[in-house]
Design a protein around this ligand. Structure first.
Ligand code: SAH
Length: 233
């Protein structure tokens, strides 16, 4: 996906970029490729691929939620997907980028400084720990390609405000949703919207699952990482 097609495809999602935003994407790409040699951030480095599989793909979140004037936590953001991309396009969005890997956090701070992004913070922490002490804090919590859905729900939902949303950005959903209803019950959430579509050109499947939080999450959750991993709710 070259820049012209990127612009055109975003228009179809009602996103019009300013010259400054386009410039920020260019810079982001350059920093990503340079730093990738040091930090091993992504296997995708060809420019057209980064624009499609990282930048455009991150922005598909807007198909399912309005991001203006919201607070958002991106769990396991890696090299900033979708969090930094969303911040570039939605200046009124308040963003927290969370990642357990220190070197990725250093990279994220470098991008933020270089692009002069405001109202965006980087936190080097595991989600299971962060969500013990930051409860009911965000309008929206999201994550792309981080862990099985059940794990994500257990440590993401506590962070969401009552009536707010957790949105999982997934590829093809298969086994992950087997026996998941007990999670919805125990975490007091409802699956309120699901969208399946294909990435343009490349045609791989994407699934966005949106959950709404109904009540304050029981303090029992999240459990310790070992339990989350080994024992179903
Ligand atoms: N969201 C990015 C990165 C996916 S790779 C993208 O789509 O490109 C998964 C990232 O999640 C890694 O950077 C890893 O450090 C982080 N991660 C995995 N489990 C985590 C946890 N429990 N808490 C915080 N970060 C986590």
């Amino acid at each position: 996906m070259n820049k012209e097609i990127f612009i055109k495809e975003l228009k179809k999602m009602n996103i019009t970029l300013t010259a400054e935003q386009l410039n920020q994407f260019e810079k982001y790409y350059e920093i990503l490729v340079i730093e990738n040699e040091k930090y091993n951030l992504t296997a995708i480095t060809k420019k057209e691929d980064v624009y499609l599989k990282h930048f455009y793909d991150s922005l598909t979140l807007t198909k399912i939620i309005d991001l203006n004037n919201q607070s958002l936590c991106d769990i396991g953001t890696g090299a900033g997907f979708p969090g930094i991309v969303l911040k570039i396009v939605y200046p009124t969005l308040k963003v927290t980028l969370l990642d357990a890997t220190e070197k990725k956090c250093k990279f994220l701070q470098k991008v933020i400084d270089n692009l002069r992004l405001k109202d965006i913070e980087v936190i080097n922490e595991r989600a299971e720990i962060f969500s013990k002490v930051n409860r009911e804090k965000y309008d929206i919590v999201t994550s792309r390609a981080v862990a099985p859905l059940k794990h994500l729900l257990e440590y993401s939902v506590p962070l969401v405000k009552i009536n707010g949303y957790y949105i999982a950005m997934k590829g093809e959903i298969t086994k992950e949703i087997e026996n998941i209803d007990i999670y919805y019950k125990k975490l007091d959430i409802i699956k309120d919207k699901i969208l399946t579509f294909q990435l343009p050109f490349e045609k791989s499947t994407r699934t966005l699952i949106r959950y709404q939080k109904l009540k304050e999450t029981n303090q029992k959750y999240p459990r310790k990482y070992k339990e989350i991993k080994n024992k179903s709710l």
